[in-house]
Design a protein around this ligand. Sequence first.
Ligand code: SF4
Length: 124
Amino acid sequence: MEKRELICIGCPLGCMITVDMQDGKVVKVTGNTCPRGEKYAVKEVTCPTRIVTSSVRVSGGDIHVLSVKTREAVPKEKIFDCANALKTVKVAAPVRIGDIILKDAAGTGIPFVATKNVKFRSSL
Ligand code: SF4
């Protein structure tokens, strides 16, 4: 029997959760104070995902770098591919929060979106 220990990130309580696994399948979850913790732990040991945050270059804007994030969590093993996919991306101002910056992050089908507004650079 394999035991995995996790700290739940569902709320500030940070419960210490233990997941018992057999042959790659979850047998028992203990230590969670609420059902959200069990759901998180099962997902984390079977199909972990993360929101990816990064930045891209901007042309013609009042700032030169725009912060972006994946609109949803992507599979953990795709994190570096997603970050790499942004290396050649450059956007033109203006940009609004939520604008799609890259339609499909590394074949996940999940877009990168802007997390900042960027105005045109003033010539004054
Ligand atoms: S198990 Fe529930 S109470 Fe505990 S940290 Fe997770 S969300 Fe919070």
